[in-house]
Design a protein around this ligand. Structure first.
Ligand SMILES: NC(=O)c1cc2c(N)ncc(C(N)=O)c2s1
Length: 317
């Protein structure tokens, strides 16, 4: 490698590390000014040496021309919706059915239900190659260019594996407030909530607009069979995805009984306003894959999971 190739390789490595620390771990290791300076140095070197641009270079995040529309893509595995629970009775009924089917020797994993837009991200040999919306669960829209602008989404995983991961793209509350303040100033129509703002941002035909909306993402599942990666349960899968460099939500808890699930729901009903992002409920999943397989699916949802939905907030008019 000559001097320029070496410097480009070094800048890609540094910016990748710094970007991961800042956008995924939320623990910046350098000042923004240092990051920006290195990014400009890389941009200049790439402009002078286009053949040395890496596919996952951080400069490739805000790229791409304005598109006419989005291609349709069929998901390799359907992105199923979860059945809902609205109160304690629904939750106890769910728990009773689980125990009826698999006995008492199991645990749940409880997670925050992020109020955003479900997405699917495909990686080939570790490189992000395609991103799509959930759509109707079978066919979604291909929005790879827009998803590349989300800094929390790794352009390359820490392992060169081929995998499809799934999660929720969302707009943090602060970004939402800033966006609507800007739109008020410009006399534009406001977004009703962060979920609509995130969906509207990812459906922008111009990736530069998507990039300006400061979205983020939590990854919480894979498409397909976790056992293919030697993983036996959901909690282990979340740790595995985190190890690959995916942003995962740390507010998750293993629960052995429905009482513990109810306590987790109570805790986050109270703590919800302090989160930096909107949640609309709590997702409860039986942890071990073998037990999920025993429980199976109804026509449209897994029997091994349920989404507790918070009561709709009274809109103060
Ligand atoms: N529809 C679905 O399957 C899910 C939707 C969501 C959501 N909006 N947020 C978090 C999770 C999770 N942690 O599993 C899930 S799962």
């Amino acid at each position: 490698m000559n001097e320029i190739e070496q410097r480009i390789a070094e800048l890609n490595k540094l910016l990748h590390e710094y970007g991961h620390a800042y956008y995924v771990l939320d623990k910046p290791v350098v000042a923004d000014s240092v990051y920006d300076q290195l990014l400009h140095e890389l941009l200049a070197l790439e402009e002078a040496n286009p053949s040395l641009i890496y596919p996952d270079s951080p400069t490739q995040r805000v790229g791409g021309a304005v598109v006419e529309g989005f291609k349709k893509v069929t998901h390799d595995y359907p992105m199923l919706s979860l059945s809902n629970a609205f109160n304690e009775e629904d939750l106890r009924e769910f728990d009773r059915k689980v125990r009826q089917a698999i006995g008492d020797n199991f645990s749940y994993v409880c997670e925050l239900k992020i109020d955003g837009l479900a997405i699917s991200l495909k990686y080939e040999n570790g490189v992000f190659v395609q991103g799509a919306t959930r759509g109707d669960g079978v066919v979604g829209e291909e929005i790879t260019t827009n998803l590349k602008t989300i800094r929390a989404i790794p352009l390359r995983l820490k392992e060169p594996i081929t995998i499809e991961v799934r999660g929720e793209a969302y707009m943090p509350k602060k970004s939402f407030e800033k966006l609507n303040a800007q739109r008020t100033e410009n006399g534009e129509e406001l977004f009703a909530n962060p979920r609509n703002a995130a969906a509207g941002s990812l459906r922008q035909l111009d990736p530069k607009i998507a990039a300006s909306r400061q979205l983020s993402t939590f990854i919480y599942a894979i498409g397909g069979d976790g056992e293919a990666y030697g993983i036996d349960g959901h909690a282990e899968m979340l740790d595995y995805l985190e190890g690959l460099g995916c942003p995962s939500n740390k507010e998750r808890q293993r629960c052995s009984t429905i009482e513990e699930v109810l306590a987790f729901i109570e805790e986050w009903t109270e703590n919800r306003p302090n989160l930096a992002y909107e949640i609309d409920g709590i997702v409860i999943k039986v942890d071990r894959y073998a037990q999920q397989d025993e429980l199976g699916y109804t026509a449209k949802s897994p029997r091994w999971a349920i989404a507790y939905k918070f009561p709709a907030e009274e809109v103060v008019t």
